[in-house]
Design a binder for this molecule. Structure first.
Ligand SMILES: O=C(O)C1=C[C@@H](OP(=O)(O)O)[C@@H](O)[C@H](O)C1
Ligand SMILES: C=C(OP(=O)(O)O)C(=O)O
Length: 446
């Protein structure tokens, strides 16, 4: 799991038509939560389709360090949970590697336990803001024993004897913050309430209900969501089939749109409405994407996506759509680089605090590959070059960010000159099969 000090560059070359039928790995958000809630529940949880990426494996290790038993048995992951309220104090720091979701949700999960827990991570994670989770936890009585300047990791939490339930209005659109407060509420007597003015992915709410938590959601006329969770309830182990990750599907999908003559199908992709902003945007740009076999699997909408190469045109992506495609902007910016006209993306504040400053990293990568773009405080506009003539030829700095690496490798498949990324190693955090899957479709990446 450790990354060698030596970077591993990769170069993508203009490719012939991509064809084939593929499955992408399981959804990262659901996979993290499956390990966490399974590890916390009473009894057995069985998971198929889990994303076996490094981020999720770190969450599994953390749950094991706090008493859960987690084993892979063929295609299934089998968990014997500790029972809500019964997590054990870990003997060593919990190392979350590159994972924002794993670390922030776990801070909520353990924060209200009467124990001490230390969180560490890689250079990228150690730069990311944790105050957004620590602030509500402090209100609940959690003590931040130590933290790096600016409330960053490494940090140590000490839980109170009796945590206080709070009502917390989430100040930025973040499913991680919402989830951390709800999970802290699981081990807090009384009702913890989260007010969410802008809806973000709802996997925590849906899955906690599935595990038997007493959780209620109301949405008012203005769209404000009120989520109430009653603490100290019983969670019971579940059987979970994790659908394919739309945020991973985004890469072969955009590649197939851009490489002339392509026609691919991506099977079993999650279509939760809080995750479909990229598909909507690409369809507005003229993308030929067909949603086949719509079905419901374990409470989630799932489809097979047929994608054919398309001539795209620039659009303006409204800021309110950002939460439903927050991880997809790097690859959307690549699609926009090949569209007729200008694509404007707004409301991108949160991109600045991901694995890298994604707004800056994308703009720098586009410029290095001759794409005309303008980076604003929280916006990006890209002037496309249909056919990709003159695009490429640059090396992109990935800043320990898997999505920057994958997005620019996609660019290289359609640009007239190759595109190099300085390090492919982080791709394994969310999509270990990426290289094999892409080359299997006909992509030339070395
Ligand atoms: O809750 C989650 O599973 C996630 C929430 C999002 O982060 P924010 O909550 O920081 O927006 C997203 O970027 C991340 O990949 C996964
Ligand atoms: C932002 C992401 O993940 P995390 O916050 O979990 O590191 C991502 O996967 O794009």
């Amino acid at each position: 799991m450790s990354h060698s000090a030596l970077p591993q560059p990769a170069t993508a070359h203009r490719s012939e038509a991509l064809t084939g039928r593929v499955r992408v790995p399981g959804d990262k958000s659901i996979s993290h939560r499956s390990f966490m809630f399974g590890g916390l529940a009473s009894g057995e949880t069985r998971i198929t389709g889990l994303l076996e990426g490094e981020d999720v494996m770190r969450t599994g290790e953390a749950m094991k360090a706090m008493g859960a038993r987690i084993e892979r048995n063929g295609a299934e992951w089998v968990i014997q949970g500790t029972g809500n309220g019964c997590l054990l104090q870990p003997e060593a720091p919990l190392d979350f590697g590159n994972a924002g979701t794993g670390s922030r949700l776990t801070m909520g999960l353990v924060g209200t336990y009467d124990m001490e827990t230390t969180f560490i991570g890689d250079a990228s994670l150690s730069k990311r803001p944790m105050a957004r989770v620590l602030d509500p936890l402090r209100e609940m009585g959690v003590q931040v024993v130590s933290a790096a300047p600016g409330d960053r990791m490494p940090l140590t939490l000490r839980g109170p004897k009796h945590a206080a339930p709070i009502t917390y209005r989430v100040p930025m659109p973040s499913a991680q913050v919402k989830s951390a407060v709800l999970l802290a509420g699981l081990n807090t007597a009384g009702i913890t309430t989260v007010l969410e003015p802008v809806m973000t992915r709802d996997h925590t709410e849906k899955m906690l209900r599935g595990f038997g938590a007493a959780i209620e959601v109301e949405t008012d006329a203005a769209g404000l969501r009120t989520i109430r969770i009653e603490g100290e309830g019983k969670l019971t182990g579940q059987v979970i089939a994790v659908p394919g990750d739309p945020s991973s599907a985004a890469f072969p999908l955009v590649a197939a749109l851009l490489v002339p003559g392509s026609d691919i199908t991506i099977d079993n992709v999650l279509m939760n409405p809080t995750r479909t902003g990229l598909i909507l945007t690409l369809q507005e740009m003229g993308a030929d994407i067909t949603l086949l076999n719509p079905r419901n699997a374990g409470g989630e909408d799932v489809v097979d996506l047929r994608v054919r190469a398309s001539d795209l045109r620039g659009v303006t992506v409204p800021p309110e759509r950002a939460p439903s495609m927050i991880d997809e902007y790097p690859v959307l910016a690549v699609a926009a680089s090949f569209a007729e006209g200008i694509t404007v993306m707004e409301g991108l504040d949160e991109l600045r605090v991901k694995e890298s400053d994604r707004l800056a990293a994308v703009a720098a990568g586009l410029k290095a590959n001759n794409v005309d773009c303008t980076e604003g405080e929280a916006s990006l506009s890209v002037t496309g070059c249909p056919g990709g003539m003159g695009l490429g030829g640059g090396t992109v700095e990935t800043h320990l960010d898997h999505r920057i690496a994958m997005a620019f490798l996609v660019m290289g498949l359609a640009a007239s000159k190759p595109v190099t990324v300085d390090d492919r190693a982080m791709i394994a955090t969310s999509f270990p099969e990426f290289m094999d899957l892409m080359t299997g479709l006909g992509a030339v990446i070395e």
